[in-house]
Design a protein around this ligand. Structure first.
Ligand SMILES: Nc1nc2c(c(=O)[nH]1)N[C@H]1C(S)=C(S)[C@@H](COP(=O)(O)OP(=O)(O)OC[C@H]3O[C@@H](n4cnc5c(=O)[nH]c(N)nc54)[C@H](O)[C@@H]3O)O[C@H]1N2
Ligand SMILES: Nc1nc2c(c(=O)[nH]1)N[C@H]1C(S)=C(S)[C@@H](COP(=O)(O)OP(=O)(O)OC[C@H]3O[C@@H](n4cnc5c(=O)[nH]c(N)nc54)[C@H](O)[C@@H]3O)O[C@H]1N2
Ligand code: SF4
Ligand SMILES: [Mo]
Length: 764
C-alpha cells in the first residue's frame, strides 16, 4: 500500500465546480503569468517568454507540437502551459548542499511530487553513500569517477541501464546511445516505451515508418480531423489554434473521448483580439463519448460501414486506384471486418449505431481526412491493433500520402521523436548499428536491449545493477510504483542527470548520485564558445534551440559535457571517439549525426536556417518501406476491455496543471477540480449503482491475477460526466495500480488507460 505523501494527507481545500465547456482565453494568460512570477523575476520571465518558440530562440520544453513557419509566427508563440513549463525550469529557487543536510532521504521520500519540485533547481553534484540516509556534496570528478568505476565492475555491460526522457536534445541523445553501445549494451529504455511506442509499432509495420505523416498545413486544410484519445486543451494547447484554422477553412472536427474535455468543445484563442472575449470557436462538430478501449471497435465498425456503402454504390466510396497500386492485404482485411458483430461494437464503444453512422456520413463527405491521437489509444492492451485499424480506415479512401490527409500521432515530450531518430531505442535496426560501426570503428552489440518494463524486471531479478537516468523521473513515470521502487532500491548504483529534484532521487540504490544539469533555457558556454542544441517536433521539423538565461549555479554541466566526461572516464581511448572535441563544440557532434542518421545530410548548414528543416517522410512520396513495398491492410482481432460487476475501468491521466510526473499546482481548472489531486472521476449513474456519493472517500483497489494488493488510498469521489463504467484519476498518484505485467500487445507499453479497479470506502 502506498500512503499519501505528507502534504496530501488531509483533503482540506479541495473544492469541485462544474467542468468548463471551453479552453484558453483570458484566464489562461493570467494563470501563465502568475505561475511564472511566482517562480522567478520579471526580468527572467520576460527573457524566457520573448524567446520561447521564436526562430532564433529556445524551443518550448513542453510538448512536441510544432511551430508555424518562421514568417507566420506570432510574437507570443506559446501557450499557458508552455509558459509554465519554461518558468518552472527557469525558477530562481535553488537547492543547495544545506538543503540535503536538513532533509534526509527518507524524509524526502515521504514528500509529494509537487513539494519536491517546488524546492527549485539542483545546483551541485550530490552523493548518497552506502548506509547513509543523507546526500552530501561530491565533486564532478569524483562523481563521474564513481559512476565509471561501478560500470567497470559489472560482469556484463548488459547489467547497466541507460534511461532517457524526451526532453533531451538530439546532441545529448546521440551521445548517450553512442556511449551505451560503445560500452556494449542496447539497454536504452526511454519514456517513449510508456508513451507512443504503440504508434511506432503500428505505423512501422503498416506504413514502414514509425512517425506521423502530416504537417501543420495539412491540418489547416483537411476536410475532417478526428481527435482521438487526446486532451489538446491541456496537453497540446496550440493544437487548438491549428484546429481553429481547420474550421475557418471549412473543415470539420470529430472528437472521440470518454471525457468531454473543455478544449475539444470550444476554444477562445488568446493570440487573437477577438479570442479573449466572445464565445470562441466551437471545436468538435461531433463528440463521441466512447468507453475506455472502445476505439478498436469504433474503427472496425466504421470500416465495415464504408465497405457496405461501397457495395451499395460501387465505385463511389473506396479509392480503388490507391488500394490497387499502393496497398496489399485488402481482400483479407475486408473479409475479416465483415465478421464483426454489432452487439460487440455497441458494448465495447458504448455508442449507438446511429452515432457511428453519422461519423460514416462525415467521412463520406470528406476527401481529405487526418486522424490525430495520443495516450488514450497507445496505453491500451490493444493499442497497436487500434492504430493499425486507423491505418486501415485511412487507406480505404486513399488518405495517406496526399495533402490534407494522413496519420498524426501527437507526441508528448518536446524532443521525444528526435531521441528515437538519434538512436535511443533498445531495438534500433541493424542498418543504424552498421552506420555507427562505419563512423566510429567499433561493433555495436546486435542483441536487443531492454525496454522500460523489461528493465524493471531485470532490476528486480538482479540482472541489472547500475541505473543511469538522463532526464525524467523513472520511479514515478513507470507502472506498479511499489514494485518499481523495490527494483530500483536493489541496484548497486542509481544516478540521475536532472534539473530538478524528484522522487527518483529518493528511491536510491546502495549508492546514489544526483548530477545537476543545464536546462533548455540556460546559456550553454563551452571551450568552443556559446552552444545551441537541436530538437525534432511531432511533425519532423528539426530546428535549433538556444538558452538565454544565466545558469542558477556555476557548478552545472550541460548534458553533453556530463556524457562526454563520463564516456572518457568509463571507456578511455577505446574505441577512439573524440569525446573532448564533442564537448567543446556541439557542431562536431552534428557532423557525425549527419553521417550516421539518414535525412541529416549537411546538418549544420541546414539547421542554421531560421525554422530549421523538415525530415523527409517517404510515405508522402508514395514509398512504403514494408516487406511488400506497399502500405499494409491488417486484420485485427476484436478485443475489448471488460470490468466485472461492481468494478470500473480506470484511466490514469494528466491534470491541466502538471508536467507528466510533476504537478505544478493542485488544480485542474477545466475539469473543475481545485486544491487537491487525490480524486477519482466517476459517472453519477455508476455512483448510484455502487452505492456511493460525490464527496465520499474511497480507496481504489486494483484487480489483477497475480494476487498482489494494489491500492491507492483515500481519494475523493467526484461525480463527473465521464463515459459509463469508466473512471479517471491522476497520474502519477495512481501508477501504483497499474500492474507491471499489464502491457499492450507488441509495444509492451503499460496499460495506463485501461485497468480494472474496485472502489472501497476508506477506513479512517
Ligand atoms: N500540460 C501538459 N502537457 C503535456 C504533458 C503534461 O503532462 N502536461 N505531457 C506530454 C506528454 S509526455 C504526452 S505523451 C502528451 C499526452 O497527451 P494526452 O494523451 O492528451 O494526455 P492524457 O492526460 O494522458 O490524456 C489522455 C486523453 O485520452 C482520453 N482517453 C483515455 N482513454 C481513452 C480511450 O480508451 N479512448 C479514447 N478515445 N480516449 C481515451 C482521456 O480522456 C484524455 O482526454 O501530453 C504532452 N503534453
Ligand atoms: N499511469 C501513467 N503513467 C504514465 C503516463 C500516463 O499517462 N499514466 N504517461 C507516460 C508518458 S506518456 C510519459 S512520456 C512518461 C514521462 O516520464 P518522464 O519523462 O520520465 O517524466 P517527467 O515527469 O517528464 O520527468 C521530469 C523530470 O525531468 C527532469 N528534467 C526536466 N528537464 C530536464 C532537462 O532539460 N534535462 C534533464 N537532464 N532533466 C530534466 C527533472 O528533474 C524533472 O523532475 O510517463 C509515463 N507514465
Ligand atoms: S503547445 Fe506545447 S510546445 Fe507549444 S507552447 Fe504549448 S506546451 Fe509549448
Ligand atoms: Mo509522453
Amino acid at each position: 500500500m502506498q500512503k499519501p505523501p505528507i502534504e496530501e494527507q488531509t483533503e482540506e481545500g479541495l473544492t469541485v465546480t462544474p467542468p468548463k465547456s471551453w479552453a484558453a482565453g483570458v484566464p489562461a494568460v493570467r494563470h501563465a503569468l502568475a505561475y511564472s512570477l511566482e517562480q522567478t523575476s520579471v526580468r527572467r520571465t520576460a527573457l524566457t517568454l520573448l524567446n520561447l518558440n521564436q526562430a532564433a530562440g529556445m524551443d518550448c520544453p513542453g510538448c512536441a507540437w510544432p511551430e508555424p513557419g518562421p514568417d507566420q509566427r506570432h510574437r507570443n508563440e506559446y501557450c499557458e502551459n508552455g509558459a509554465k513549463h519554461i518558468n518552472d525550469e527557469a525558477t530562481s529557487r535553488r537547492i543547495t548542499a544545506d538543503f540535503f543536510r536538513q532533509h534526509s532521504v527518507s524524509e524526502l521520500g515521504r514528500r509529494s511530487d509537487h513539494w519536491l519540485n517546488q524546492q527549485g533547481r539542483l545546483t551541485e553534484p550530490m552523493v548518497k553513500r552506502p548506509g547513509s540516509d543523507h546526500y552530501e556534496p561530491i565533486s564532478w570528478h569524483d562523481a563521474l569517477g564513481l559512476l565509471a568505476e561501478e560500470l567497470g565492475r559489472l560482469d556484463s555491460p548488459d547489467e547497466a541501464l541507460f534511461y532517457t526522457s524526451g526532453r533531451v536534445s538530439n546532441e545529448a541523445a546521440f551521445l548517450l546511445q553512442l556511449f551505451a553501445r560503445a560500452f556494449g549494451t542496447n539497454n536504452l529504455p526511454d519514456c517513449s516505451n510508456m508513451c507512443h511506442e504503440s504508434s511506432g509499432a503500428a505505423l512501422n509495420e503498416t506504413l514502414g515508418i514509425g512517425k506521423g505523416s502530416v504537417s501543420l498545413q495539412d491540418i489547416h486544410h483537411a476536410d475532417l480531423v478526428l481527435v482521438v484519445g487526446q486532451n489538446p486543451g491541456s496537453n497540446h494547447p496550440r493544437m487548438l489554434s491549428a484546429l481553429e484554422e481547420t474550421k475557418r477553412n471549412g473543415g470539420r472536427i470529430v472528437a472521440v473521448n470518454p471525457l468531454p474535455e473543455a478544449g475539444l468543445l470550444r476554444f477562445k484563442n488568446p493570440q487573437k483580439p477577438g479570442g479573449l472575449i466572445g464565445r470562441g470557436t466551437r471545436i468538435a462538430d461531433q463528440f463521441l463519448q466512447i468507453r475506455l478501449g472502445g476505439d478498436l471497435a469504433l474503427f472496425q465498425a466504421l470500416n465495415l460501414l464504408l465497405l457496405e456503402a461501397e457495395e451499395a454504390a460501387p465505385g463511389t466510396v473506396l479509392d480503388h486506384d490507391f488500394i490497387e497500386t499502393s496497398t496489399s492485404g485488402f481482400t483479407e482485411f475486408a473479409e475479416h471486418v465483415r465478421s464483426l458483430s454489432w452487439q460487440d461494437v455497441l458494448t465495447s464503444t458504448g455508442l449507438s449505431r446511429a452515432e457511428t453512422e453519422e461519423l460514416r456520413d462525415r467521412v463520406l463527405a470528406s476527401d481529405r481526412i487526418i486522424v490525430c491521437w495520443a495516450m488514450g489509444l497507445t496505453q491500451q492492451k490493444h493499442g497497436v491493433a487500434t492504430i493499425r485499424e486507423i491505418v486501415n480506415f485511412l487507406l480505404l479512401r486513399g488518405n495517406i500520402g496526399k495533402a490534407g490527409a494522413g496519420v498524426c500521432p501527437v507526441r508528448g515530450h518536446s524532443n521525444v521523436q528526435g531521441d528515437r531518430t538519434m538512436g535511443i531505442w533498445e531495438r534500433m535496426p541493424q542498418v543504424f548499428l552498421d552506420a555507427l560501426e562505419r563512423e566510429f570503428a567499433f561493433t555495436p552489440p546486435a542483441k536487443h536491449g531492454w525496454d522500460t518494463v523489461q528493465s524493471i524486471k531485470a532490476m528486480l531479478e538482479g540482472r541489472a545493477k547500475v541505473f543511469l537516468g538522463v532526464a525524467g523521473n523513472f520511479a514515478r513515470a513507470t507502472p506498479d510504483s511499489q514494485v518499481t521502487e523495490k527494483a530500483m532500491r536493489q541496484c548497486r548504483l542509481t544516478a540521475h542527470v536532472s534539473t530538478k529534484l524528484n522522487r527518483s532521487h529518493t528511491v536510491c540504490g546502495e549508492t546514489a548520485l544526483i548530477l545537476p544539469t543545464l536546462g533548455r533555457s540556460d546559456r550553454d558556454i563551452q571551450v568552443g564558445g556559446e552552444q545551441f542544441v537541436t530538437v525534432e517536433d511531432s511533425m519532423s521539423t528539426v530546428h535549433a534551440s538556444r538558452g538565454r538565461l544565466e545558469p542558477t549555479s556555476g557548478k552545472l554541466l550541460s548534458e553533453v559535457a556530463i556524457l562526454c566526461r563520463l564516456a572518457r572516464r568509463t571507456l578511455g581511448e577505446s574505441p577512439p571517439i573524440p569525446w573532448e572535441q564533442f564537448e567543446e563544440d556541439y557542431g562536431t557532434i552534428r557532423d557525425r549525426i549527419a553521417r550516421v542518421v539518414p535525412g541529416f545530410e549537411d546538418f549544420n548548414a541546414r539547421v542554421a536556417t531560421p525554422g530549421g528543416f523538415r525530415l523527409p517522410n517517404p510515405v508522402n512520396d508514395g514509398v512504403f518501406h514494408t516487406p511488400t513495398g506497399k502500405a499494409l491492410f491488417t486484420r485485427n482481432r476484436f478485443e475489448m476491455l471488460h470490468a466485472p460487476e461492481g468494478h470500473l475501468l480506470l484511466q490514469t491521466l494528466r491534470s491541466h496543471d502538471q508536467w507528466n510526473t510533476i504537478p505544478y499546482a493542485m488544480d485542474d481548472r477545466y475539469r473543475g477540480i481545485h486544491g487537491g489531486r487525490r480524486i477519482v472521476l466517476v459517472n453519477p449513474l455508476d455512483l448510484d449503482a455502487l452505492g456511493l456519493s460525490a464527496g465520499d472517500q474511497v480507496d481504489l483497489v486494483g484487480v489483477w491475477h497475480d494476487g498482489l494488493e494494489r491500492r491507492a488510498e483515500r481519494l475523493r469521489v467526484v461525480s463527473y460526466p465521464t463515459a459509463r463504467g469508466c473512471a479517471a484519476a491522476y497520474y502519477p498518484e495512481t501508477n501504483v495500480l497499474v500492474p507491471l505485467d499489464s502491457v499492450a500487445d507488441t509495444s509492451n507499453t503499460p496499460t495506463s488507460k485501461g485497468i480494472v479497479v474496485r472502489l472501497e470506502r476508506s477506513v479512517r
